[in-house]
Design a protein around this ligand. Structure first.
Ligand code: G4P
Length: 526
């Protein structure tokens, strides 16, 4: 098959949600449709539960599960669909941010009763930076929840996206009758006690059709007519091209647990979701159809078992064909590498593959050569962009607790940072090291892993910071003055980029007032 045909077959996406909205349940239903799994319950949630905070065996067990479920591929209607799993736990949000750099579109799951929650807001804001096309799935319609219109208003306001309903609920909770599929003009009747069958989907192209009253009752039918009228008046006709630009998000309603409304969304997804898209590098734009292979590492998963210190680097193929046992260039290290056991993931099964195409994710066994963001190519020097670090939210000074093991500590910290577990900043003033994370759990994970994998010990000292902001400035004089005046609050990240450690939002405002040419950024790429 030509490379173009392979690309046209592929869709690579991620599902994001606030924990408990139904991401795992939805993923499982999608895999069931694709025949990648046969029974419900086969996909284990990779949720790191709150109670696991000090139970490292539990973290380890769950990390084991999460490597198996990091990428799940399935075939549906002749397409190869790659789902990239994203940890729901907010302490692992940085991992999710980076996974989002490797997808071409996302599905956002929202709980009908809870509406838009904080974690969803954060994740969608990352998608919006890259104009990633978004489909919204409003879940748990079998329960009472918010009014449909209120909910989509909330989605537009809180997520800052424009939406277009493509299905609409008929009642909810006890009164939930089903959904009207505005895209295909069909009624799908909800059958709470059994499996959805073909007969439950009835084509009704004109809502004035009297069959509607028979199917859902007169009151519900009239309500639906009114609501759909309103939708058609208020919203433009759905245009898949506008969706592909990330400017409009179709909305579907359903119940993942009851496998209801999922197929409708999946059918629409395979039609409209983008195939592997071009990616930007510092040098040029890389098109998937190019002959030569290029890809980047977006996630590194370490084995926490000290007997097996290997890691798996997850590489997204961006162009050309990736082949097993072929010499490729590790651009940062400027050296050739061959991969004899590249791995692909089908549901929870791993298997060695001979080739992979744009959109595919390949697992590469790694003994410490890769960092997040590394580029691998057939020979060209390229650096993929759009894999930034984001400002952490929690900070601590890290100090060596065992003077005999300072080398081990330095090595351990460096490798853990390469894996993207947290970020390390070095203060300009006194070289003190600061670890920044998105969640408190990471501090414990780091301490545990340093001890178990590197034999190093560290202690932490609390540091009250609001944000770490990357600094840029076109005026060398002003930058010099800023560096002198704010020396106490400056640090370097692991790439040597200048970072302002802001104690408060006020401190950032002061910088903006006193140094108008200094720009502060919440991510390392700008
Ligand atoms: P997550 O990955 O987004 O964190 O959510 P997950 O799928 O684990 O779902 C969270 C809870 O919501 C689960 O219940 C799940 O069964 C339930 N759920 C998912 N979809 C629906 C739905 O459409 N309707 C209803 N009523 N519930 C739904 P749990 O009790 O926390 O877990 P479990 O014991 O059922 O696994």
């Amino acid at each position: 098959m030509s490379i173009l045909k392979e690309i046209e077959k592929r869709k690579t996406f991620g599902i994001i949600s606030h924990p408990d909205a139904g991401k795992t349940t939805l993923t499982e239903k999608l895999l069931l449709f694709g025949g990648a799994i046969q029974v419900a319950g086969a996909v284990k949630s990779n949720k790191i539960k709150r109670s696991a905070t000090s139970d490292f065996m539990e973290i380890e067990r769950q990390r084991g599960i999460s490597v198996a479920t990091s990428v799940m591929a399935f075939e549906y209607r002749g397409m190869k669909i790659n789902i990239l799993d994203t940890p729901g736990h907010q302490d692992f949000a940085e991992d999710t941010y980076r996974t989002l750099t490797a997808v071409d579109s996302v599905i956002v799951v929202i709980d009908v009763a809870k509406g838009v929650e904080i974690q969803t807001e954060k994740l969608v804001s990352v998608c919006r930076m890259r104009n990633t096309p978004i489909i919204v799935f409003i879940n748990k319609l079998d329960r009472e929840g918010k009014d449909g219109f209120d909910l989509i208003d909330e989605v537009e306001q809180k997520l800052g996206i424009k939406v277009r309903p493509l299905s609409w609920p008929i009642g909810m909770g006890q009164r939930f009758k089903g959904v009207y599929n505005l895209y295909e003009k069909k009624i799908c009747l909800f059958n709470p006690h059994g499996k959805q069958t073909e007969e439950d989907t009835i084509e009704i192209s004109d809502l004035s059709d009297e069959r509607l009253d028979e199917l859902v009752g007169e009151a519900a039918a009239n309500e639906l007519r009114e609501e759909v009228n309103l939708i058609e008046e208020v919203y433009d006709t759905f245009d898949p091209e506008v969706y592909k630009k990330g400017e409009i998000s179709p909305v579907f309603f359903g119940s993942a647990l009851n496998n209801f409304g999922v197929k409708e969304m999946l059918d629409c997804f395979v039609e409209i979701a983008p195939n592997p898209l071009p990616r930007i590098t510092e040098e040029r734009i890389v098109d998937p159809e190019e002959d030569k292979f290029a890809g980047f590492v977006f996630k590194i998963h370490a084995n926490m078992d000290p007997k097996h210190r290997d890691r798996i680097a997850f590489l997204r193929v961006c162009s050309g064909k990736f082949e097993r046992n072929t010499n490729y260039l590790h651009v940062r290290q400027n050296r050739k590498m061959k991969f004899s056991n590249p791995t692909a993931f089908m549901a929870s099964k791993k298997s060695v593959i001979d080739e992979a195409y744009p959109g595919d994710i390949v697992g590469l066994y790694d003994s410490g050569n890769f960092k997040i963001g590394d580029t691998v190519t057939a020979g060209e020097i390229l650096h993929f962009k759009g894999i930034p670090s984001f400002s952490p939210e929690q900070f601590r000074y890290v100090t060596n607790a065992d003077p005999m093991k300072s080398k081990q500590l330095a090595k351990g910290l460096e490798q853990l940072m390469d894996e993207g577990v947290a970020q390390l900043f070095t203060k300009e003033l006194n070289n003190r090291k600061i670890i920044g994370t998105v969640g408190a759990l990471q501090f414990e994970v780091i301490q545990y892993r340093l001890k178990n994998e590197y034999g190093a010990s560290c202690t932490y000292e609390h540091l009250n910071l609001h944000k770490a902001c990357w600094v840029s400035c076109d005026d060398p004089e002003e930058l010099k003055a800023f560096r002198t005046r704010r020396k106490r609050d400056l640090a370097l990240d692991k790439y040597g980029q200048l970072v302002f450690l802001a104690e408060s939002a006020w401190a950032m405002k002061m910088v903006q007032d006193n140094f108008p040419k200094i720009q502060l950024h919440f991510k390392s790429e700008f």
